[in-house]
Each structure stands twice: as C-alpha cells, then as structure tokens.
Design a protein around this ligand. Structure first.
Ligand code: F0G
Length: 352
C-alpha cells in the first residue's frame, strides 16, 4: 500500500497547485471516520451516525488541511511571512506549517481567551504571538489591514486557498463511506469550514465520484450566533472558545451552502455543547474540544425536532482534539480519588 501523502498530493487534481508549487505538508488528512453506534443509540436511534475525527490531524484540528495549501501558495508567490487572527487552532496550524516552511509566522489572538494547548503550540513552533485586548473579530480586522502589504500573507479562511484545502475533508468522507452522507453537521464559527465542505461535496458530485450531496447543517453557540440571529454580535460569549465569533468572515458563503443544500444553521446552548462533549468522550472514546461537540449537540437538537429521517446517514465533524483545552474538561469533571498506597484502600473504592 502506498503511504498517505497529505491532502495536496492525494487530491491534487481538485486543487489549485502546479508542478512549480513548493508543497509544505505534514501528511495531514486521512483522519478516521468512526461509526458511532453507542452514541446513536443514546441520541438518535435509527440514524447511521459517523464522526469525522479531525483532531487526528498533525496539529490536532481540521485547520491543517487548509494550512498546507495556504503556506505552499505563500512560498510559491514568495511572500516573506504569514499572519493570522485566531481563536487558537488556526494559529497552531499556521505556526506549525510556517515552521516547516521556514518562514516567520505572526498570530493575533484575544488575550487570555484561547485554550492553553493552542497557545502552547503557537509558542513552541516559534510563532510571534501577539495578544490583543479585544476579541477575535477585532483581531481579524487588524490582520486584514496589515496584510494589504504583499510581504505578509494572510492565512485566515478569507484566504481562498484555506477553503480549497479544507474541502478535501468532504471528499475523504465520500471515499471512506463509499457515498455522500444524507446530512453533514458542523460547528460554525468564522463559517469557513461549512463553506469548504459544501464546495468539496459539490465538486466530487460534479466529477461523478458520488451520486448525491448532503444537506449541510451548521450549529453556532447560542451566545455567539450572529448568523442565526441575523446580526453581528459585538461581545460573543460561549464556553466553546474556538467558535466565539460575532462577525463571521464567510457569513454569506455559509448561507449559500445552507440554502443550496437545503440545510440549515441553528444554535445550541453551552449546556447542550458540554453534554455532547462529555457524551462523545464517554460513549465513543473520542475526546474532542468543546466547539467540536456543537455538531453532536446539533444532532441531538435535530432529533428532538424530528428533523432527521430514519435510516439517514449523518456525519458530524469533530473539528479539534480535546487535549487542546484541558481546562474546560477538568472544570466539568470530578477530581480523581486519592487513597493510601495499600491493596485494601484501593480495593475499598472499586465497584462494578
Ligand atoms: N471548531 C474548531 C475546533 C475551530 O477551531 C473552529 C474555528 C471551528 C470549529 C469553526 O470553524 O471558523 O470554519 O466556521 N477556529 C478558527 C481559529 C476561527 O482561529 O482557529 P469555522
């Protein structure tokens, strides 16, 4: 078997690269698509439920798919550095791929408001991390202004190459399932990923690789749900820091994806997100980050509203790894027991 070569090589004919594009890859992609029988039994009996584990990418999130392309194209056009605003995962991916490419990386993040693991990654990979006393939306505005200069390449998802790379996840889902799902459910923050998936499904359909396309269903966090509410949220709040965004860059594109696919965008509460977060970990053995669980919380909501047809194949993308945000996990968990180091004391606390 030929080893996996990363998303650019594997999906090259669908991507805007040529022989002269220097490919920067960490062999991202090829992430597991796991059938979630126990979880389905609990939350949506009668549905064939799958989880796409994007936390299994090299930096622990789906951002790697877009970053391999964005950084490769940065080298091709000979820009000198990359820059992004981030709720954490984009900065981790930019830092890693920038390191691999040997170019400087500048990241702007909301001070004190990104998960510890993500900040650690950006620092370890040698990015210049600038914390702003503001939120993600403000950081993105600043980065957009600074990147008008050709020296700096903006690698947020308004960079079209990011979405091109991310669309490979939809193609992979089709390859793994042997068909397109009936419904694809995603968390929505800056709204790039739902846009990218829709593009991927459409292109695979047009190329004759699948016979249908799924309905795209996106879920925002209730305190950060500008698309659902129809207006910008000045001060977005949610426990799911990755999707704490009040003015998504790909707002209109996401609306198009939802309309064209006959899908929807809705919202889930923080309690619903945390319940799904815990359930995925306990029923399926998969530790995702809180924002990722918004997709599963979304399935619970769809099921409660009778919006999923019996026998449907539903794929949820779990966008990032749970270890990125150990604080949220520990905050909602009981501390482990401590006992004396004797057989009796340990035996006394066992129960089956
Ligand atoms: N899930 C995770 C784990 C994310 O990090 C993000 C976005 C999303 C979902 C939402 O995806 O923005 O394409 O709608 N994170 C960005 C970042 C904003 O800076 O890392 P989206």
């Amino acid at each position: 078997m030929i080893p996996w070569r990363g998303v650019i090589e594997e999906y090259r004919k669908f991507l805007p690269v040529s022989d002269s594009t220097p490919i920067v890859s960490l062999q991202e992609g090829n992430t597991p698509l796991v059938q979630a029988k126990r979880l389905a039994q609990r939350i949506c009996p009668g549905i064939d439920l799958y989880l796409k584990i994007e936390g299994a990418n090299p930096t622990g999130s789906f951002k790697d798919r877009g970053m391999t392309l964005a950084v490769s194209k940065t080298l091709e056009k000979k820009a000198r550095a990359v820059m992004c605003a981030s709720t954490g995962n984009t900065s981790a991916a930019a830092a890693a791929y920038g390191a691999k490419a040997g170019i400087p990386v500048y990241v702007l993040i909301p001070a004190g408001n990104i998960a510890l693991g993500k900040l650690t990654q950006a620092i370890m990979h040698g990015a210049k991390v600038i914390q702003i006393e503001g939120n993600f939306d403000q950081a993105l505005n600043i980065v957009k202004e600074l990147c008008r200069d050709d020296e700096f390449e903006l690698v947020n998802s308004i960079n079209p190459f990011r979405l091109e790379g991310q669309k490979t996840a939809a193609m992979e889902v089709c390859d793994q399932l042997g068909k397109a799902p009936t419904v694809h459910v995603l968390p929505v923050g800056n709204a790039g990923n739902i846009t990218a998936y829709w593009k991927g499904y459409q292109e695979y359909y047009a190329a004759g690789q699948v016979r249908s396309v799924p309905k795209m269903m996106g879920f925002q966090a209730e305190g950060a749900a500008p698309i659902v509410r129809g207006h910008v949220i000045e001060h977005p709040t949610t426990v799911a820091s990755a999707i704490r965004i009040g003015n998504p860059a790909s707002w209109q594109l996401a609306m198009n994806a939802v309309q064209e696919s006959d899908g929807l965008i809705n919202m889930v509460t923080d309690d619903e997100i945390l319940e799904a977060y815990r359930m995925v970990a306990r029923e399926e053995g998969i530790f995702c980050e809180p924002a990722s669980a918004a997709s599963v919380a979304g399935v619970m909501k769809l099921q409660a509203a009778n919006q999923l047809l019996d026998g449907a194949t539903v794929v949820c993308t779990l966008t990032g790894h749970g270890l990125k945000d150990p604080d949220t996990a520990m905050n909602i968990s009981a501390q482990p027991l401590t006992v004396r180091a004797t057989r009796e004391e340990v035996a006394a606390v066992l129960s089956l």
